[in-house]
Design a protein around this ligand. Structure first.
Ligand SMILES: Nc1ncnc2c1ncn2[C@@H]1O[C@H](COP(=O)(O)OP(=O)(O)O)[C@@H](O)[C@H]1O
Ligand SMILES: [Mg+2]
Length: 87
């Protein structure tokens, strides 16, 4: 599967400029995840539109992997939710 297929970019479409309307393919709202006493994620919300490319930056331990694991269905969030990845 190509990256374009994975993120839902239509055939022949180039990268999407900010502000161009495309429907969201992923929407997360108010995600919280705690491991024991460690709060890995606190109220994370994210909307991703078809054809857009995002980076996820943060220092070590800031919750990047936990967020991706929730997106992938590996972890369940304690609170919050969203739409699954759709093609
Ligand atoms: N399976 C786990 N069990 C316990 N604590 C975890 C687990 N996964 C992540 N954590 C904790 O959650 C926090 C965020 O970790 P992580 O998502 O791996 O951050 P990053 O990927 O940004 O470095 C850290 O405090 C980490 O120790
Ligand atoms: Mg990580």
């Amino acid at each position: 599967m190509s990256l374009a297929d994975f993120i839902g970019m239509p055939d022949g479409a180039g990268p999407v400029s900010p502000g161009i309307h495309r429907p969201p393919v992923l929407r997360l709202q108010n995600i919280t995840k705690t491991f024991g006493g460690a709060k890995a994620l606190c109220g994370v919300s994210l909307t991703v539109k078809a054809g857009s490319v995002h980076g996820l930056l943060g220092r070590n331990g800031s919750g990047k992997s936990t967020l991706v694991k929730i997106l992938a269905g590996f972890h369940e969030p304690d609170e919050g939710g969203g739409t699954p990845l759709q093609r």
